[in-house]
Write a protein that binds this ligand. Structure first.
Ligand code: TRP
Length: 454
């Protein structure tokens, strides 16, 4: 019964899996979304709730997803189908896989638009390096980009092409090559920016904003966004990690340790991004609260104009951010692609990836238009892009995660879990199972219900 490999290929080592899973986790969620969510939702209070969500809900579910994938060795839908056949669990659990495919398509649609912004900024700095005009008024530069549907669409298209390129090549040739060098480079860049933030003399204020919670700011809404952010940043709730787990060798690879490494790295990068951005924000007299989705695009260019070799830094920073987004977007496309490949055959991988990406690109046009021509359109009080983000990130991901926790906690028997988590000491295993059975589902449900029904 023990399957040792998948038809899609396998990660060549434990390190490759960690790099790929970290590559998936670390992306726009950490460097673009985390700082502005913190900025908009009360600073330290948001950060504390977010960290608790990561520790008590995110990490345990990350372990559950990898475990399901490694047991199943196929795409999420088929993994759950096989489990239903093998263990007699209800076929309705397969819905987790379907919802994951839908969530992935929705997320990739706007993710690619924002990733396009990073490509545009890389291009601006590249031009500037060769004598082009500088970004004098970052606010105006950002507004000008958002106002141009054509430009947004072009960068969105370019990013989607890059994403499909990697996914079409498959696991060994595509995904691995992209992550090996570029992730460490991004990490170093962030450290350099934190160091620059230190020289502005505003690190203490930034740290206070990030880490000193004002409890009065916490309400059900903030809780829901922190939960959504925890799922988003760890790539959870839509079976991405399950899919990556399917390509993970069994011999000598510990799922809990690997999951912990991924969660720690991801959290570190988010906090570093906060420590890099807020000193600059404060130093240039911007209000750290209420920065909105433009936060990094309107604040960091101020630092790049002021610091020595700033233009080069700007180019490297936005370039590497685009790469981080790239290693994440391929993981958004992979679950649906793997499913299509299982349905239509391995030789059709390219076509499968292209068809799904095209769909994502088309849906992404809604987000593009909501930034300019359709900016007045409101659905449930939100513009279209924010609405898609809300449905996918804040609702579908936590819901998917909750169902995964329930499935692993109640529907699967101990033998399967123990077989995958063989190295986890009994006490920790019981604690993990309790989190899956009781804590995670209740917390997610309570947060969603409170936030939605008020
Ligand atoms: N985690 C990525 C980020 O922080 C985005 C991402 C990739 C994602 N795959 C995912 C989010 C799956 C949710 C689900 O940028």
């Amino acid at each position: 019964m023990d399957k040792t490999s998948s038809i899609h290929g396998m990660w060549s080592s434990r390190l490759m899996f960690i790099l790929a899973a970290t590559g998936s986790a670390v992306g726009l969620g950490n460097i673009w979304r985390f700082p502005y969510m913190t900025s908009d939702n009360g600073g330290g209070a948001f950060v504390v709730v977010y960290l608790c969500c990561i520790a008590f809900v995110g990490l345990p579910i990350l372990i559950a997803e990898i475990l399901l994938g490694r047991h199943g060795r196929v795409s999420p839908v088929n993994t759950l189908r096989n489990l239903a056949r093998e263990t007699g669990m209800h076929r309705a659990w397969v819905g987790i896989g379907w919802m994951g495919i839908v969530a992935g398509i929705l997320i990739l649609s706007f993710y690619s638009v924002v990733a396009g912004w990073t490509l545009h900024y890389s291009w601006l700095y590249l031009k500037q390096l060769f004598g082009g005009a500088g970004i004098v008024d970052p606010g105006a530069t950002f507004q000008a980009l958002l106002a141009s549907p054509l430009e947004l669409t072009a960068w969105h298209a370019l990013f989607m092409v890059l994403t499909v390129g990697v996914v079409a090549l498959g696991v060994e040739k595509g995904l691995e090559r992209a992550v090996r060098f570029l992730m460490p480079a991004l990490f170093l860049m962030l450290l350099a920016l934190v160091a620059y933030g230190y020289t502005t003399g505003h690190m203490a204020e930034a740290a206070a904003f990030l880490f000193r919670p004002d409890w009065s700011k916490i309400n059900a809404d903030v809780f829901m966004r922190a939960m959504g952010q925890a799922f988003f940043t760890l790539s959870l709730g839509m079976c991405t990690m399950m899919t990556y787990g399917a390509y993970l060798p069994k011999e000598g690879v510990s799922i809990p340790r690997t999951g912990l490494a991924v969660a720690l790295t991801d959290t570190t990068v988010a906090l570093l991004a906060g420590l890099a951005i807020f000193p600059v924000v404060i130093a240039f007299g911007i209000d750290p609260a209420g920065g909105g989705p433009g936060l990094i695009f309107t604040s960091l260019p101020l630092a790049f104009e002021a610091m020595p070799f700033g233009i080069l830094y700007g180019l490297l920073f936005f370039g590497l951010l685009a790469v981080a987004a790239w290693t994440s977007s391929i993981s958004l496309l992979e679950p649906a692609t793997a499913f299509m490949v299982e349905k239509y055959g391995v030789r059709n991988r390219k076509r499968a990836a292209i068809v799904i990406a095209l769909l994502c690109w088309l849906i992404g046009l809604l987000s593009v238009l909501s930034l300019n021509l359709w900016s007045e359109v409101r659905i449930l009080d939100r513009d279209i892009m924010t609405f898609i983000e809300f449905i996918a990130n804040d609702l579908m991901l936590p819901l998917g995660g909750m169902l995964i926790a329930l499935c692993v906690g109640w529907a699967l028997n101990r033998t399967i879990l123990r077989d995958q988590l063989s190295d986890l000491p009994e006490g920790l295993f019981l604690a993990w199972r309790w989190l899956m059975r009781v804590v995670a589902p209740r917390l997610v449900l309570a947060v969603l219900v409170r936030a939605l029904v008020g």
